[in-house]
Design a protein around this ligand. Sequence first.
Ligand SMILES: Nc1nc2c(c(=O)[nH]1)N[C@H]1C(S)=C(S)[C@@H](COP(=O)(O)OP(=O)(O)OC[C@H]3O[C@@H](n4cnc5c(=O)[nH]c(N)nc54)[C@H](O)[C@@H]3O)O[C@H]1N2
Ligand SMILES: Nc1nc2c(c(=O)[nH]1)N[C@H]1C(S)=C(S)[C@@H](COP(=O)(O)OP(=O)(O)OC[C@H]3O[C@@H](n4cnc5c(=O)[nH]c(N)nc54)[C@H](O)[C@@H]3O)O[C@H]1N2
Ligand code: SF4
Ligand SMILES: [Mo]
Length: 752
Amino acid sequence: MPSTALRICPLCEATCGLTLTVEGSRVTGARGDRDDVFSRGFICPKGASFAEADADPDRLKGPLVRKDGVLREATWDEAFDAVAAGLRPLIERYGAQAVGVVLGNPNVHTMAGGLYPPVLLGSLGTRNVFTASTVDQMPKHVSSGLLFGDAFAIPVPDLDRTDHLLLLGANPLDSNGSLCTAPDFPGKLKALRARGGTLTVVDPRRTRTAKLADRHLAIRPGTDALLLAAMTHVLFEEKLTDLGALEEQVEGVEDVREAVRHFTPDAVAAACDVPADTIRALARDLAAAPTAAVYARVGASTVAYGTLTNWLVDVLNVLTGNLDRPGGALFPLSATDREPRPAGPGKGFALGRWHSRVSRHPEAKGELPIAALAEEIDTPGDEAIRAVVAVAANPVLSAPDGDRLDKALASLDFMVSVDPYLNETSCHAHVILPPPPPSQSPHFDFAFNGFAVRNQVRYTRAALPLADGRMPETEILARLVLAGSGMHGADPAAVDTMVIDRTLGKAVTEPHSAVYGRDPKELAALLTGDSGPERRLDLMLRLGPYGDGFGGRGDGAVGLTLDRLLDRPHGIDLGPLQSRLPQVLKTRSGRVELFPAPIADDLPRLTDALRATPDELVLVGRRHLRSNNSWMHNVRTLTGGSNRCTLHVHPEDAARAGLENGGHARVQAAGGSLVVPVEVTDAVRPGVVSLPHGWGHDRPGTRLAVAAENPGANVNQLLDGTLLDPLSGTAVLNGFPVSLTALTDLAPTATR
Ligand SMILES: Nc1nc2c(c(=O)[nH]1)N[C@H]1C(S)=C(S)[C@@H](COP(=O)(O)OP(=O)(O)OC[C@H]3O[C@@H](n4cnc5c(=O)[nH]c(N)nc54)[C@H](O)[C@@H]3O)O[C@H]1N2
Ligand SMILES: Nc1nc2c(c(=O)[nH]1)N[C@H]1C(S)=C(S)[C@@H](COP(=O)(O)OP(=O)(O)OC[C@H]3O[C@@H](n4cnc5c(=O)[nH]c(N)nc54)[C@H](O)[C@@H]3O)O[C@H]1N2
Ligand code: SF4
Ligand SMILES: [Mo]
């Protein structure tokens, strides 16, 4: 008889609760958990394919260690011996900077990725830290850091209550949302319209989200900052600003008024290719709506003015009084947030505390641009990166110029990958440490609860026991910490004990803490949980804003502990988002700093954009519903159909280049050229072509049988890694110039 088990879906940011069907030692099906307090039964095609993704035969079953140049199966002990032997001598000889750490996206989708990377970075002590954030949301972190003093203070649109949503560069109908965790995002947008609200979508493509909207503006890529600056101008010009309850909490409003004075709708209209009257209407509608939220994501972040765009998003939210009010853009309060401290001035947020070695890129949030990883390896020098620790990262496909990175990784003295697959990046590792499939891992959303449109908390233990020869990813990462820090062979539980002791030791000295003055040893003994990671979760929940404070904060509050959460397998609803200012602010002034100096210094670049001649043809990305970055093309049920690596070309551009539907084009750009099949469609605006990312599974040495059948082409090979948003170090992945040539000697793809 099949049984069922609950499991939060790790396949996108929506965090839907799934009910898995379990037969013997396998998951054989997945449906939406109707009792989940947050997702209420919603599921998408990816979640429905959980079983196939989980059982992919190409998932590595045990560690691989390179011997005589070849990756061979090995025991866990041999693998960690090899890690210690590979890393320690390099660190001892060349110093901490010799190690580069690369953290990929799935770290925010695993419990291990939430708990151990900070410990790993602390113990390695390297400043060569690269993550997927610099091909994604770093502009938002930087903007929030500057505005609110905390890079993680990210307001999310109050989807369930807003009257007006202005959405730029996001396609939640296919992506299911990002930095806005909302199971059934499509349903929430439909509900917004059904209750009389309005949805405006700004996107150079007519996406499924755009089709749902009241208004779709097919903006010229890369010009959102100009559009938003002009909207800000209109708000001031027409006296439409109304900060409401924010009035006393914001400084710099007059500076912003001055700064956007020359960004009139007429001045930006040509660059954006949006009529000036439309821009005025957008500003007036935003101001007139009872509540409204401006929200921008990937297509408005991975662009040349990414940080300015993200800053202007919240400038508009502030100036219309929508920041921090129900129906506007609110700061979530997650159950594992740090213990609330009294409001007041904080340390603020600094950029550029150090710089990358080769191109002198400033750090942001302790990270260097992942686009600079290859040059940090292949440019000789005393502080060159000689070893890489990669956790859940596939930068050979996800970052600019994969060919250069491919060669750079191949030249390393040592590399270790924590990855379930032998893929385009991990194939360069000397040791691959594969985590168990998701069915054998517990799940807690440390990251996404902090971006959720409703406060709630859920935890699912592993649906299946660990298979023979498997090691939990938490233990893999704990052992990696030990192997890198000269403690190879120590009990991995020591890592958790150390974090717990350190956290409690600090909390008891803080007057605002519920455990102020208590004995850390006594508190540690109270923690429950089956494992180190569970005890750490218990600690975070109990010290967190809904926690029992170890008895110090019981009255009226939820009194959360791990035990109480385990009693509620479908989760605990913690209510709609609430106003949280000024408590979230950590700026030096203790207020929202609306016109921070680094933004002021970057604005002249945007002024220059007013005068620039637009490129004739630029490329933007797109996501497919049944895909996930680079790593889900090996699941047969999700490939094929619309999920193909084709170039979308507008009919006018196709005619000009002599391209036919189903034919092939050579796309050329600064970093290289690709041959791709063409789909002629007016879903892209003229002057824009679109190619999805995460493809290019035709490199030798990988083990991805299904993906290799339809490898697609790596769009990031078109980039040379030099185009960045300067404030955040984020690569420009959208809106870069390309040229097209028709290839007539290739067979049409429709017949392949
Ligand atoms: N041109 C272009 N490029 C882009 C983007 C774009 O829009 N356009 N998007 C960017 C964005 S938003 C992102 S987030 C990045 C993503 O970039 P990456 O994080 O580099 O890539 P992913 O494909 O998400 O997966 C990384 C690796 O995680 C592994 N993995 C999967 N599950 C697990 C797990 O449970 N544990 C571990 N340890 N590993 C696991 C996969 O096998 C894969 O090797 O790509 C970026 N690249
Ligand atoms: N199915 C699926 N879901 C995913 C992923 C996936 O790969 N597949 N990846 C996950 C990850 S890591 C992330 S970060 C999220 C991202 O989720 P989203 O932020 O929703 O990202 P996209 O779906 O890439 O949508 C970006 C949109 O921006 C548009 N765009 C491009 N350039 C510009 C521009 O200059 N201005 C404007 N206004 N628009 C522009 C593109 O046409 C595209 O429609 O999705 C997550 N969910
Ligand atoms: S929307 Fe995201 S979290 Fe929900 S089932 Fe689909 S992939 Fe999983
Ligand atoms: Mo992402």
